[in-house]
Design a protein around this ligand. Structure first.
Ligand code: PLP
Length: 361
């Protein structure tokens, strides 16, 4: 079955098989990884391997820490303003292009002064702003945005423009590792793993080291990035299994796929198959995102009626195309085609869409 779930989502089959092979007894360990101390050298090597895998995929320099955190992406909505804006006298700036940006604003408000410099709500979040549509002052604490809005299927093609004094912060939960990026443009990029990088339970934060110092010592210990960086992501027990799988996914991306440029090429081909099916069926399907903001990862569209929508989901299921129903706040269909979705999955869905439109249009 091709699984189009928005997350937790499909993992590469070869990674699942390796995990299965090693589940009862990790090579060299005499026990399962699930039974091993996080202080064991074997696990510490696994953690460093995962970190190095991400560093090499994204070409991350030593100026950045790579942290493995818990609390999902959602805890970052609070940790970011608490560390980087609270009590600084500066305003945190937000661009909101969908549900996840909005949630980050709602949590951020509790921690610090803030300003939403652009909100795409009026269009029901179908686009991203161009640089001349928002203003960021030189002394903003940071600019926060979500690079890919998972529910609306809206993705930034490039980073927003910020003054050099303002750290750029991105929630990359649903497009982490989908294409190459210049990390040096960012103060902090974070992503929960369960969409594009591994199982639920770990959130990766890539943070410029000078920003680690900003968190006040009065914050709860877990909330301070600095504690995690100083303890090599072992300030408390880290999610060992999730980090282990994440490391395997990073290796799969590097060795089997050939790195992020190769991954981007495949992701563009997969998404184009679905966008062509939306565009080339005489208006039967209505895409949610405007063309320039279409996501490589979450393809969202609607059908002419609720009856046809229900029929589409039902018949797709019979064709082994699962988890296509859109999020309740947008409706319609959402096909999530993260890195692990093979091109054959996108081909199968595109051909089903063409067939369905010709029979029901
Ligand atoms: N940000 C984005 C872009 C997401 O897609 C999600 C989850 O779907 C989250 C944040 C929240 O992640 P978590 O459930 O790990 O807190």
């Amino acid at each position: 079955v091709f699984n189009f779930s928005a997350g937790p989502a499909a993992l590469p089959l070869s990674v699942l098989k390796e995990v299965q092979d090693e589940m009862l007894c990790l090579p060299g360990a005499g026990c399962s990884l699930l039974e091993m101390s996080h202080r064991n050298k074997i696990f510490i090597d696994i953690l460093h391997d995962a970190e190095n895998g991400i560093r090499s995929l994204l070409n991350i320099s030593d100026d950045y820490a790579v942290l493995f955190l818990q609390g999902g992406a959602a805890l970052q909505f609070s940790m970011i303003p608490a560390n980087l804006a609270k009590d600084t006298g500066k305003k945190a700036n937000y661009i909101t292009t969908g549900t996840w940006g909005k949630k980050a604003v709602n949590e951020g408000k509790k921690e610090c002064d803030f300003e939403v410099v652009y909100d795409a709500a009026d269009s029901n979040y179908n686009h991203v702003p161009s640089a001349d549509q928002y203003n960021i002052s030189d002394d903003a604490a940071y600019l926060y945005y979500c690079s890919n809005e998972t529910i609306h299927g809206v993705q930034f093609a490039d980073e927003p423009t910020v003054p050099s004094s303002v750290p750029l912060i991105s929630d990359a939960s649903s497009d982490f590792l989908c294409r190459p990026l210049d990390i040096s443009k960012y103060g902090l990029m974070y992503a929960c793993a369960q969409k594009n990088a591994g199982p639920a339970g770990v959130t990766v934060a890539v943070m410029r080291k000078d920003l680690l110092e900003r968190g006040s010592a009065t914050l709860p210990g877990y909330m301070q990035y600095k504690n995690h960086a100083e303890a090599d992501s072992e300030w408390n027990t880290p999610p060992t299994f999730a980090i282990y799988v994440l490391g395997k996914v990073a290796r799969w991306l590097q060795q089997d796929i050939g790195g992020l440029a190769a991954m981007e090429k495949i992701n563009r081909e997969k998404s184009q198959l679905l966008y062509d099916a939306i565009d080339n069926n005489s208006g039967f399907y209505k895409g949610h995102a405007v063309t320039e903001a279409r996501s490589l990862m979450n393809v969202t569209f609607n059908l002419p009626s609720d009856e046809l929508l229900a029929k589409f989901v039902d018949e797709a299921g019979q064709h082994e195309l699962s988890a296509l129903k859109g999020h309740r706040s947008v409706g319609g269909i959402r096909a999530s085609i993260y890195n692990a979705m093979p091109t054959e999955g996108a081909q199968a869905l595109a051909s089903f869409m063409n067939d369905f439109a010709s029979k029901n249009g």
